[in-house]
Design a protein around this ligand. Structure first.
Ligand code: DON
Length: 553
């Protein structure tokens, strides 16, 4: 609760700032999306209008990562009343879904069905979130904030090398759906970098959303076309699914690490809980004074335990009971620390569970926005795999997600990120699948940071490394460049980015009992901004691994 005096101070501060103009920092995965945010600010919008514009533009210019056919989480902070909230726009299982829908008669997992085509798609949340964000927090109508996205969809944009690579990666799935192939391919071939992608049907769908609000997507002609297309494709959506989809405002997970306040994603994302639990474990160790190997060992051991609990306990808390308070308690973290030895890795099998696979993570998207008043948005949005289910709802321009794969289709079987789960994350009608997306705010005495990244199961460990860098005095430019490593309990090994460890360093970790795997590529696409509370200086940085744009204006 803030008292009247603080409120007065905030008002004076805001007035003071606006007299000197209120600058804004935006970092997103695509320059046209970052520009869309500024375009809307210039028309009198606030950071939430900018977030609507950036999210919608990303849906158009980065169709591999997110879109109207997907969902995500928007973490918001409003400086006026210090309100902090997470908009949960996660997809939901259709009402006709059931626990064993991806198993055959023998109980074998039909992996492809949860990863491509209409049956893989959850009920989208992004359109509802754009409407909610605009109506409740923005100050401009959607007709203004969706304008840049509509323009790029209609006029087209030049595709980049990343888009092209992801088409190659998903080619078999794309070729399985003629409408998707027509949209993304050039006469059945991968388009050349620099080719122009026009999406007139998506422009029409966005225009209907701008004109009619949620009824422009969840009812009327767009809904009819989506339902028909999904039915033809073997899916199970019904109008009742679209009618009952609601964005939910949730309390973010809040915690602390060495004097830094952390706000992050709540369930149905595992992000905030796993991040905070790792930090609670690590808080007792003098990480900055440790050598690289000791530090990596301790951080990996913390990740192992937090990801173990993810697999065991986490799911949509509207459907299952999750011991959130216990998982986040410092006493519980102290208990977990007792099993960590500085000289030895604890095999994951001793923590129970036994599975393995590989984590990917080259899609999904994140953007971060902050203004000098401290208003901010951290949003991670997804359609899951690159181009989602590779299933275009015909006549709408909307690519559907394959987020159903984030459920544990079969207890103990890994999804496409190698993540395992139990009954807490089993499929139920209307339930939200567990996510790793971790949009986050950090606040120290001096700085406020907004950050996040795509990357599947590795999202949370990337955030953890960035928080530790922030605690060590790094700025956005440093966080996005941190060399990355990851442990997710199963498979029982430390993955590290190409070139991240010398042969000697690998031997030193192996001597402690760790298995190691060098990932062939550098992963993640972090977008970060920061406000210096004293000088009001803004900084923005976009991951050098991606093709994003970070600007202060
Ligand atoms: O919600 C999740 O955890 C996943 N659907 C996110 C997927 C992702 O980040 C893909 N990678 N870059």
């Amino acid at each position: 609760m803030i008292n009247n005096f603080t409120r007065l101070l905030i008002v004076f501060w805001c007035v003071g700032v606006s007299a000197n103009e209120n600058k804004i920092a935006i970092a997103s995965a695509h320059s046209l999306a970052t520009q869309a945010g500024f375009e809307v600010i210039e028309q009198g919008g606030n950071v939430y209008d900018a977030a609507v514009a950036v999210a919608a533009a990303l849906a158009v210019v980065e169709p591999a990562g997110s879109g109207l056919g997907g969902g995500g989480f928007f973490l918001l902070h409003r400086a006026r009343d210090a309100k902090q909230v997470m908009l949960d726009a996660r997809e939901k299982a259709p009402l006709a879904a059931h626990r064993d829908m991806y198993l055959d008669g023998q109980g074998l997992w039909l992996k492809q069905k949860s990863q491509q085509g209409a049956l893989a798609a959850g009920i989208p949340g992004l359109p509802a979130a754009l409407v909610h964000l605009s109506e409740v927090y923005g100050q401009l109508p959607l007709s203004v904030s969706l304008k840049p996205a509509i323009r790029h969809a209609r006029a087209g944009f030049k595709i980049g090398a990343r888009h092209q690579r992801l088409i190659v990666y998903r080619l078999p799935a794309i070729l399985n759906n003629p409408a998707t192939a027509r949209m993304l391919l050039d006469n059945g071939e991968t388009p050349k970098a620099g080719a122009v992608l026009k999406q007139p049907e998506l422009a029409n769908t966005l225009s209907l959303l701008a004109e009619k609000g949620r009824a422009g997507f969840y009812a009327g002609v767009v809904a009819e076309k989506m339902l028909e297309s999904v039915k033809q494709g073997g899916g199970i959506w019904r109008q009742a699914d679209l009618d009952q989809y609601q964005v939910i405002e949730r309390q973010p997970v809040q915690g602390e690490y060495r004097g830094i306040k952390i706000s992050s994603a709540a369930l149905p994302s595992s992000g905030g809980i796993v991040l905070q639990q790792s930090l609670n474990i690590l808080a007792a160790y003098p990480l900055p004074e440790m050598g690289k190997i000791e530090r990596m060992h301790m951080i990996s051991e913390a990740m192992r335990r937090a990801y173990h609990d993810r697999a065991m306990y986490l799911g949509d808390a509207d459907f299952v009971e999750v011991p959130v308070e216990q998982l986040l308690s410092l006493d519980y973290a102290a208990g977990l620390r007792r099993s960590i030895r500085p000289d030895r890795a604890l095999p994951s099998a001793y923590l129970a569970g036994e599975l393995q696979n590989d984590a990917k993570g080259r899609n999904t998207t994140h953007f971060s926005i902050i203004d000098q008043q401290g208003n901010r948005v951290s949003a991670t949005l997804s359609i899951n795999s690159p181009f989602g289910a590779a299933f275009l709802a015909e006549g709408t321009g909307v690519l559907l997600n394959n987020e159903m794969d984030d459920f544990s289709s079969k207890v103990g079987t890994m999804n496409s990120y190698g993540l395992v789960g139990g009954v807490a994350n089993a499929i139920e009608p209307g339930k939200r699948m567990l996510s790793s997306m971790t949009p986050t705010f950090l606040e120290s005495d001096r700085h406020i940071a907004v950050l996040g990244t795509p990357g599947g199961s590795r999202i949370i460990s990337m955030l953890l490394l960035a928080v530790l860098d922030f605690a060590g005095g790094g700025d956005p430019n440093a966080w996005v460049q941190v060399p990355r490593f990851h442990h997710q309990f199963i498979p029982d090994r430390i993955q590290f980015e190409k070139g991240g460890l010398t042969v000697e360093e690998q031997s030193a970790l192996a001597a402690k009992g760790h298995q190691l795997k060098e990932v062939r590529y550098r992963y993640g696409n972090m977008q970060a901004v920061q406000l210096d509370k004293q000088t009001l200086q803004l900084k923005a940085a976009s991951d050098p691994r991606g093709e994003g744009a970070a600007l202060v204006r």
